[in-house]
Design a protein. Structure first.
Lengths: 103, 332
């Protein structure tokens, strides 16, 4: 598994920061991070937004920090991930168009 | 909830009971389901207040100094509990709730009549417009239920408020003031939206005026997402339990935005309501499971206020119908 991750990471790095591969990889990382946050139930800690202690067994600071993490991941998921994917698609299409029709 | 915020615990109860009353009026065949829930909430609230006194549902700072008027009573508690009882009685009258509601309203009437500004404390020497208009709405409901006539009381309070409690820059009502009429908090979103909704059964024209002004000063829509500011540009107050978290830069206030739902629904401002709903769906972290919906970012009082905004209407219509029958409740 570690080998696959390393291979994937090497490919992303080799592709360059503004390549279709990099944008797709960023979107994938956001999706995975958001999925982990959801699975861990961090959305329940966003109640700090209404000034309510998220969990009486945790301190306010810890609860609010967990809520903030979910907040950032959520907005990354709904705002950034789609933009990254569209950019990756556009760059990929542009590269294919420039390369011309397959022979 | 009471341990972290006693007021929110109380208001979560009141908004839920008023919501159930509106639901019961909308769906008379389901009254039998709603009545026991309403009775339980009211009974438990009154019991807690009876056992631990008025401080059970007040913020801790209420104990920092004594109430000016003796014995200590809170317009916040008496008015909202009376309105809960009236709402319950609208579905099915009940002698015990009638007696208790009458007693509470008699105290409020006596306090209002004994102050030159018709002001009653909610906290020590702190009178809230929000609590006064809710109490007056309870009087209007009592008129409907028991054939009493408090139109003069409501008319006198309205006249006093228009003369003494208006912020000159915005034309909006202050949120809180002392017994002798010094402003404590100017116009606030967490107060004025609900005030405008309640004013509808006291003075329809003034209610519309306050809603329009509040929307101009405190309502915002950006890219289809609506929200409420806590303070107008001309008056800034502290971020507190009423405003909730205020997002820096935009000034989005959770408290104001929640109450804006109620006002937008009450004044049938569908575009603004739609914009507010879009924001709630984006930033409220809705969770849908087995036909149930909850907003993770919200809390007990937020959920109950949103529910109230979704079902309000019938309770106020009962009072408005009565006014039309007797030729108006609030002549100028």
């Amino acid at each position: 598994m570690n080998g696959r991750i390393k291979l994937f990471w090497d490919r992303v790095r080799a592709a360059g920061p503004f390549s279709a591969t990099s944008f797709a990889a960023r979107a994938a990382m956001i999706v995975v991070a958001y999925a982990v946050s959801r699975a861990a139930g961090l959305q329940e800690y966003t109640t700090f937004l209404s000034g309510t202690p998220p969990n009486p067994r945790l301190s306010w600071q810890v609860g609010a920090t967990l809520g903030m993490i979910h907040l950032f991941l959520y907005f990354a998921f709904v705002l950034l991930a789609p933009i990254f994917l569209m950019t990756a698609g556009a760059l990929s299409g542009w590269a294919r168009w420039r390369a011309g029709p397959d022979k | 909830m009471r341990a972290s915020n006693a007021e929110w615990d109380f208001m979560g109860r009141t908004f839920l009971v008023w919501s159930l009353a509106n639901l019961g009026l909308r769906e008379p065949e389901r009254k039998a389901q709603y009545l026991p829930v309403m009775d339980q909430i009211i009974s438990e609230t009154v019991k807690i207040e009876g056992q631990n006194g008025i401080y059970s549902f007040l913020m801790p700072y209420a104990r920092e100094r004594p109430f000016v008027a003796k014995p200590a009573r809170s317009c916040f508690l008496d008015g909202e509990i009376a309105l809960m009882m009236g709402a319950r009685r609208l579905l099915q009258d009940d002698a015990a709730w009638k007696k208790s509601m009458t007693e509470r309203l008699a105290v409020i009437e006596q306090r209002l009549r004994s102050n030159p500004l018709m002001a009653m404390e909610s906290y020590p020497n702190e009178c809230w417009t929000y609590d006064h208009v809710l109490a007056l709405a309870a009087f209007r409901l009592q008129d409907r239920l028991d054939g009493t006539d408090h139109r003069a009381l409501c008319r006198d309070w309205m006249a006093t408020a228009k003369q003494h409690l208006i912020d000159k820059k915005t034309g909006l009502l202050w949120s809180a003031y002392t017994l002798d009429g010094a402003a404590l908090y100017g116009p606030e979103g967490s107060t004025i939206w609900m005030v405008a909704h309640c004013l509808r059964v006291l003075d329809e024209g003034f209610a519309r005026d306050q809603y329009d002004r509040a929307k101009k000063e405190l309502g915002r829509v950006i890219l289809g997402f609506g929200y409420g500011l806590e303070w107008p540009a001309s008056w800034t107050g502290p971020m507190d339990v009423d405003s909730g978290m205020v997002v820096p830069g935009l000034g989005v206030s959770a408290g104001s935005s929640g109450m804006a739902f109620i006002a937008a629904a009450s004044f049938q401002d569908w575009p603004f309501l739609q914009a507010l709903s879009s924001t709630l769906d984006l930033a409220g972290f809705p969770e849908r499971e087995k036909g149930r919906l909850k907003y993770c970012a919200s809390n007990q009082v937020g959920d109950a206020a949103i529910l109230y905004a979704a079902v309000l209407g019938p309770m106020w219509q009962v009072i408005e119908k009565q006014d039309k029958a007797v030729g108006g409740s609030h002549p100028e």
